[in-house]
Design a protein around this ligand. Structure first.
Ligand code: AMP
Length: 279
């Protein structure tokens, strides 16, 4: 496992790396969700690079940049065990030198869901991922459906800016009780953790209504909102059901749709989503 901390070292190493090169960008504190992406890359690519970078540009004021969980040694151990070839650990000072002033904005897709509540978040994500892509120069990059809006935004960026990279989507990895794996689950108190799977359960209930024939998006949203609001100590931020490709609202459900929610469980913001093709 090569551990690379300077762009110069990454570039030198990259020049001799076998292709296709698969890339898994992360913010670290690796869990089974990340490892599924890494294993998929390992199975499909000659070389696998994982980046670990808690990106200050995508974390808003009052969000959790300072307390975001970090464990470098454990992350490197996971990477070793999963046959990663190189870990890229950019320094914030090299990523954003003084006077940094170039940003990538993917318009439209950032207007709903998390984009409404985290201004500048997806601009920060698109900018750092564009930079990481230029640095690492992968043929394939692996992203989780857990962050569905992010996945669509990266796909659109790659298309719009002619980046020769295949974006590979990987299904959400869940805990046995259904809670989506997330580094932020570490913030939950044991009591909060016990009830956290009510979020995916509420989304599944929404899916069930659609499967039973409901075609009015407002009724599906109201049912999911009702379940989330019924949990003590929870503050739902949004529940939305949108076209799964354009993230636009629908009058009646048809085609592939995504049902997504964000909720504060105490101090911890959890997101999740499910998709369904409506006949
Ligand atoms: P993060 O470290 O949270 O920025 O996530 C890095 C990558 O791992 C992103 O592409 C995420 O969508 C993906 N990821 C995070 N959690 C999961 C999960 N539970 N299942 C699948 N992919 C995930």
């Amino acid at each position: 496992l090569r551990v690379l901390e300077r762009l110069e070292d990454l570039r030198r190493w990259r020049a001799g790396a076998a292709e296709p090169l698969g890339f898994v960008p992360t913010m670290g504190y690796l869990h089974e969700g990340h490892l599924a992406l890494i294993d998929r890359a390992r199975a499909e690519c000659a070389t696998v690079v994982v980046s670990i970078f808690v990106n200050p540009l995508q974390v808003g004021p009052g969000e959790d940049f300072d307390r975001y969980p970090r464990d470098r040694q454990r992350d490197l151990e996971h990477c070793r065990q999963h046959q990663v070839d190189a870990v890229w650990l950019p320094q914030a000072s090299e990523m954003y030198p003084p006077g940094f002033s170039t940003f990538v904005e993917v318009r439209g897709l950032d207007e709903r869901l998390c984009g409404r509540f985290r201004p500048g978040h997806f601009r920060g994500v698109a900018t750092v991922v564009a930079k990481l892509f230029h640095q690492v120069q992968p043929q394939r990059a692996y992203f989780g459906e857990k962050d569905y809006q992010q996945l669509l935004i990266i796909r659109r960026m790659v298309r719009d800016l002619d980046m020769p990279i295949d974006i590979v989507a990987c299904p959400t990895v869940r805990e046995p009780d259904g809670l989506a794996r997330s580094s932020r689950n570490a913030y939950l108190t044991p009591e909060e953790r016990r009830h956290a799977a009510r979020l995916p359960a509420a989304l599944r209930h929404g899916l069930q209504l659609i499967e039973e024939g409901e075609r009015d998006p407002r009724r599906v949203v109201a049912a999911v909102e009702g379940e989330l609001a019924a949990q003590v100590g929870w503050q739902p931020q949004y529940v939305e059901i949108l076209d799964a490709h354009e993230l636009t609202p629908l009058d009646r459900l048809r085609g592939e749709v995504v049902l997504a929610a964000a909720v504060y469980v105490g101090q911890t913001r959890l997101i999740d989503n499910v998709r369904i093709v409506v006949p």
